[in-house]
Design a protein around this ligand. Structure first.
Ligand code: ZN
Ligand code: ZN
Ligand code: FE
Length: 764
């Protein structure tokens, strides 16, 4: 034990150090114990609801050094929000001990997300003398699977999918030794006692190193391999082989979305994308999300991300990834989610072998079960800091910590990019990305995830929140659940929820001016909203400005076919006979049908949606007339934009206090530019400038009228870098303060947080 026993007590001091933040389930108490030993500190440490309390006793210099080291040497995934120090009388403790937790009944349980493999484990993985040399399930107190293997609480091995593997003598000794870096590492394992990999390729089966070697052979030969990871399956192929990537796309069906790339070395990545310092930090940290980075022309196959100017890149985060990518023949692998776009992520061996049979040539499996699926997270580094676009692996189930107590609310989220949110006081547990709630499969998966999170956090909601849209599957689920449990269900307007999420993330006092721009959301008047300025508080809002309505002939079909909306805009300006490709190529008989639908108002919902405007311009300039996936045409428009100056004309009119933003004149000028043979990139950038100017002007007018100086921006359109940078710049120039999403996605993945905040504000 520490040398403290022999010290005299005369100079000794004792301090109570309370640390709040993410300090439980992340190896924090063993860390404190080791740090105390290092500095010759005696005393105690215990968990309490909301943090840890340390009583540290020793020489004044030693106590000071101990406190100073806390934030510097904390475990990689711990997050210290606050440290308070209180003087206590010295007690003459002889040693440092971990004492039992003092959790108030009903205290929030914090569970750790899955953590990327740490450098210590990486060293052991490639050390021929280590007993875990090339063992694909190496992990320690600081790294490895967590959330995805938890079946129930407390987080102990028998409550995880590691239960079937009983530790060998060696592993058990590590697990029990507080000085060992595997002390209480629940997934601790080795080749003798732990999980194994297996490769299945046609009739062949092999395991251990041979399986990994075979998988590398297949990948290097241009084959597609389904690889079981932490929270689900990836479909992998050689990212430098155009044939392999095209074959993967062909087998996945209509799939055209950008595919993520994994590479081990940052130098390698540098050869195909622009690596910023911020990006390097994200790529080498404990979370290791997919990071969106500007492409370079390189050896990467063109069909990896044909529509985008970004690649989504990540570094290996499991030992298995490291082993696969250690081979020189595989400098970069496509690693895309192992599912069809309309299905949830495959997590079970049999399920994957069934559902992915027509896509994968081989399956690299293992026998550690995935309890709950969790996709890769996606982060975009921006001039305004990193923004989480998809919050899943590495983040979930850590809460978003709020300034206000929300009580216990379950918010079920929206329809696309669904996540849900369970709150417990000031902790908002935003779920992992679930996907689009279009079908029964995904809805089942969603319900399973809701139940799982309630179970492992031991949180029973007292209030249910859902979207205002009466037909969303999530709304139906919420109402059913509320009825079953005798709870209130609160319907929250989509864009109000967006703004409230952004407000909550920044603990804004309100009211704020909310600028909500996205594809679609059900409006309070039954129309489709999507480009709105809302005077927002947590409990309520007033609509102050919106984009001019256009009819969407065919409803959903008009969303998938941007050419329809482009035709509507041109028709309004009398431009359908302009001498441009769009008009020459227009399917006139189909348009006449749509025109009749508009005249008779048959299946023509009105929309004030930014997404539809972006798509319409994309179709007009000839980039994309029918979307293969949500947001494709808008993404292509952003990708096309070059550097150019200039803004098109627009109008902002006012009636009954409501501002209406009209881009009609812009279409006249775009058509003129097209007739003059102007470049698509130039038109695209001018369109973006115009959008920013128009929405910015409207916001400034509302700000002047109301005296509100704080702006919150939310909605999927803020994934667009030109808007994300342009709009805040314009608004801060005139002295307004701008809040943007950082910790939670600006798209519908952040919606549930806003729903929870609004429902709670209305109810309490
Ligand atoms: Zn480790
Ligand atoms: Zn073992
Ligand atoms: Fe939205």
């Amino acid at each position: 034990m520490a040398k403290a026993t022999t010290l005299t007590t005369d100079r000794r001091i004792r301090r109570e150090i309370t640390i709040t933040g993410i300090v439980q389930g992340v190896g924090f108490r063993p860390f404190i114990h080791r740090l105390a030993q290092k500095h010759g500190i005696a005393g105690t440490v215990h968990n309490f609801t909301g943090g840890v309390v340390i009583e540290a006793e020793g020489q004044p210099e030693a106590v000071a050094a101990f406190i100073g080291d806390l934030p510097r040497e904390k475990p990689p995934i711990a997050r210290i929000d606050d440290i308070t120090v209180v003087e206590l009388p010295a007690l003459g403790d002889a040693e440092f001990v971990i004492t039992p937790s003092r959790e108030a009944a009903g205290g929030t349980i914090l569970l750790s997300p899955d953590v990327a493999m740490c450098d210590d484990c990486l060293r052991e993985l490639f050390d021929p003398d280590d007993r875990r040399y090339r063992y694909p399930f190496i992990n320690c107190t600081n790294c490895g699977p967590r959330f995805t293997i938890i079946q129930s609480v407390p987080y102990d091995r028998p409550n995880t999918t590691m239960r079937p593997f009983s530790m060998c003598r060696h592993c058990q000794a590590e697990y029990d030794d507080i000085g060992d870096r595997r002390y209480h590492a629940q997934p601790n394992a080795c080749p003798v006692c732990g999980p194994e990999v297996e490769l299945i390729f046609g009739d062949e089966r092999c395991s251990a190193d041979e399986a990994i070697e075979q998988a590398i052979e297949l990948l290097a030969a241009g084959k597609i391999v389904a690889i079981k990871g932490l929270g689900g399956f990836h479909l992998a192929c050689d990212a430098t082989s155009q044939d392999a990537v095209q074959e993967l796309r062909r087998r996945k069906g209509r799939e055209e979305k950008p595919l993520a790339i994994m590479s081990t070395s940052l130098e390698e990545m540098e050869s195909y994308c622009h690596l910023t310092e911020e990006a390097q930090e994200l790529l080498t940290g404990a979370i290791r999300p997919i990071v969106l980075l500007k492409k370079r022309t390189s050896v990467i196959a063109p069909s990896v991300a044909p529509d985008s100017k970004y690649y989504g890149v990540m570094t290996p985060y499991t030992p298995l990834h490291h082993l696969l990518l250690a081979d020189d023949r595989l400098p970069a692998l496509v690693m895309t989610s192992g599912n069809l776009s309309e299905e949830p992520l495959a997590t079970q061996n049999d399920e994957a072998r069934g559902r992915l049979a027509h896509i994968a040539d081989g399956f690299l499996l293992h026998d550690r079960e995935i309890e709950i699926g969790c996709d890769d997270s996606v982060v975009r580094p921006t001039k305004l800091g990193p923004i989480v676009m998809r919050r899943a692996r590495g983040y979930v189930p850590f809460p978003v910590t709020l300034k206000r107590d929300l009580g216990r609310v379950l918010a079920v989220g929206g329809h696309l990019k669904n996540t849900f949110c369970l709150t417990d006081g000031r902790n908002a547990f935003l779920s992992q990305h679930i996907g689009d709630l279009e079908d029964a499969n995904t809805l089942d998966y969603f319900q399973w995830c809701v139940d799982h999170l309630q179970d492992v956090l031991r949180v029973e909601p007292e209030l249910i929140a859902h979207d205002l849209h009466p037909d969303y599957l999530s709304s139906h689920y919420a109402q059913r659940l509320a009825e079953e449990r005798g709870l209130d269900a609160v319907a929250v307007q989509h864009h109000h929820a967006h703004i409230a999420a952004c407000m909550a993330e920044h603990a804004a006092v309100g009211p704020v001016l909310g600028i909500a721009c996205d594809g679609t959301g059900y409006g309070a008047d039954g129309t489709v909203w999507g480009c709105e300025i809302l005077l927002s508080d947590y409990d309520d809002y007033t609509r102050a400005a919106h984009l001019e309505y256009v009819p969407l002939p065919g409803g959903e079909q008009a969303i998938k076919e941007p050419w329809r909306v482009a035709a509507v805009y041109l028709h309004r300006q009398g431009l359908l006979d302009a001498d441009i490709d769009f008009c020459h190529n227009l399917d006139r008989p189909r348009w006449r049908l749509l025109e009749q639908m508009i005249e008779k108002n048959i299946n023509c919902p009105s929309a004030s949606s930014a997404g539809r405007l972006f798509s319409a311009v994309s179709a007009l300039v000839g980039l994309r007339s029918v979307d293969a996936y949500e947001g494709q045409s808008a993404m292509m428009l952003e990708a096309a934009a070059t550097d150019a100056e200039g803004v098109y004309s627009y109008e902002i009119t006012e009636s009954d206090g409501m501002l209406v933003m009209s881009p009609g004149l812009m279409f006249v000028e775009i058509v003129a530019d097209l007739e003059a043979g102007k470049d698509t990139g130039e038109i695209s950038v001018r369109f973006h400038n115009t959008f920013v100017a128009m929405v910015g002007d409207a916001a400034v007018r509302v700000a002047k009228k109301t005296g509100i100086k704080q702006i919150a921006m939310s909605g999927g359109t803020f994934q667009n870098e030109l808007v994300l940078h342009g709009l805040p710049q314009r608004l801060t120039e005139v002295g307004l303060e701008v809040l943007i999403h950082q910790e939670t996605p600006p798209n519908d993945g952040g919606l549930a947080l806003g729903q929870a905040v609004v429902a709670s504000a209305r109810n309490y």
